[in-house]
Write a protein of this length. Sequence first.
Length: 583
Amino acid sequence: MFNKENLNRLDVTALRSQRWYAPDTIRAFAHRQRTQQMGLNREEFMGKPVIGIINTWSEMSACHIHLRDRAEAVKRAVWAAGGYPVELPALSVGEVMVKPTTMLYRNFLAMEAEELLRQHPIDGAVLLGGCDKSTPALLMGALSMDIPMIFCPAGPMSTGKWRGQVTGAGTHTKKYWDLVRVGTIKEHDWVELEGAMTRSIGTCNTMGTASTMTSIADAIGFTLPGASSIPAADSRHTQMAAQCGKTIVDMVWYDHKPSKWLKRENFLNGIVAYMALGGSTNAAIHLIAMANRANIKITLDDMAEIARQVPVLANLFPSGDQLMDEFFFAGGLMALLKKVEPFLHTQSIGVTNQMVAHWIKHADCYDDNVIRNMDNPVIALEQGCALAVLRGNLCPNGAVMKSSAAKPELHRHCGPAVVFDSAQALSEQIDDPALDIHKDSVIVLRNAGPVGAPGMPEWGNLPIPKKLLKEGVTDMVRISDARMSGTHYGACVLHVAPEAAVGGPLALVKTGDMIELDIAAGTLNMLVSDEELATRRAALQPSHRVYQRSFAALYQQHVTQADEGCDFDFLQAGSDVPEPAIC
């Protein structure tokens, strides 16, 4: 699997781990002594590549519950390939159970992954993750560390059905919840759905953030080609994990670290895949953060340019009507990449040291309804794309929207704002029958961004008022400095930058102001004079909570804005961190 052509094999003395184990010193004696204390014989670890398996397994993360087993598959392959595997538990950041949001802890996991690899005698890393923030976090940490590494995606869960209807995690939860709110679905139906929709191990089975990010990682070259499409419960998933173990040993011996193969073109390939998949808007933040860690410049404008050229071809919820099982059996990511080959940099290489042209050479599509041709997209470019980037006096540094998941009649819209200063206020007031709101109103939520929330939770899929649902309204223009789950849908403008909490224009909007959205023109404006906005800014008072301690305090002090990747300012690419001293 690993192509050794044009690479030179390292001598054993060049292994990073030898700094811990090889010298004839009292410290190295202690390192060898303590390793043998764990039951290993000297010959089992001396002179072998030490492979760190960063495992985000947790009994609070349903998406990652099987990763203990996958770690064992990686280990057996590492041993067989002549390496020494060590499992290093890390923060899980599994969605749903983590409050207020896993995004608050993405940078925490990135720091942990980097420091676990730095502080220990690790020569190469296998990164086990898959749920939304775990993929970018693990890759960000490993990119900063810059040792050979390979990402092993957790894989999507199996298809769910309820009373004959296909159900996708997240997407259908939101749809059915609206039906519960208006009384179409009764309590016993809701309880039955609860146990029927998510029926196996693995990440969401829609093209939510999890599969968006693992697929992007795959297209960039961080995984074995096609690994992201394999369902978690499939036997081939365990086989893939073992192949990761074999491959990383080769990567270490040939010093195949990211700085030697990862280029801007790899990230552009990831963006092409992102658009063809109709992926989650969350990827816009993560791609920028990941690229920054590799000292590569990727911007919202890069994504917007590719989005205008590459239509949504993957017929997957929430933009389509199929689930990840069907995508895998239709040929998976490699089949999709084959169909967008003209947009790819096919000479780029990945962890296997093989070119993209080689990955997709024999890729076939077995279902043209699931993976569409360019002349038969799920959504034509003139009807919407996976990522529309907007700018205007409401979002001078940008905002994003998945226009393919919004009703076409809302692509150009002007209506009065209904403003909420917090998620709590919105929750308490949105279903009040006395609320002055109609189908043309624009719902605005602020103080939900990186600093304001803090952590930029997935509050952006703002609920439609119950009284409008009863009138048959299923979509409205909604604007916030928050994010939205990749499994959700609707005319939601997200990631408004700068956010309200740092004085962005969103802080100046008042209920009743006219808001104008024009996706085709790429604009989002409030129709308020500059003089009035200046008056409002002079009277502006902070309205978000400021933390004085805990990780939230560190986060608020150092997080960058959405258009910059929401990374910590002190963790982005810059001067090298020295190796730990071994005295």
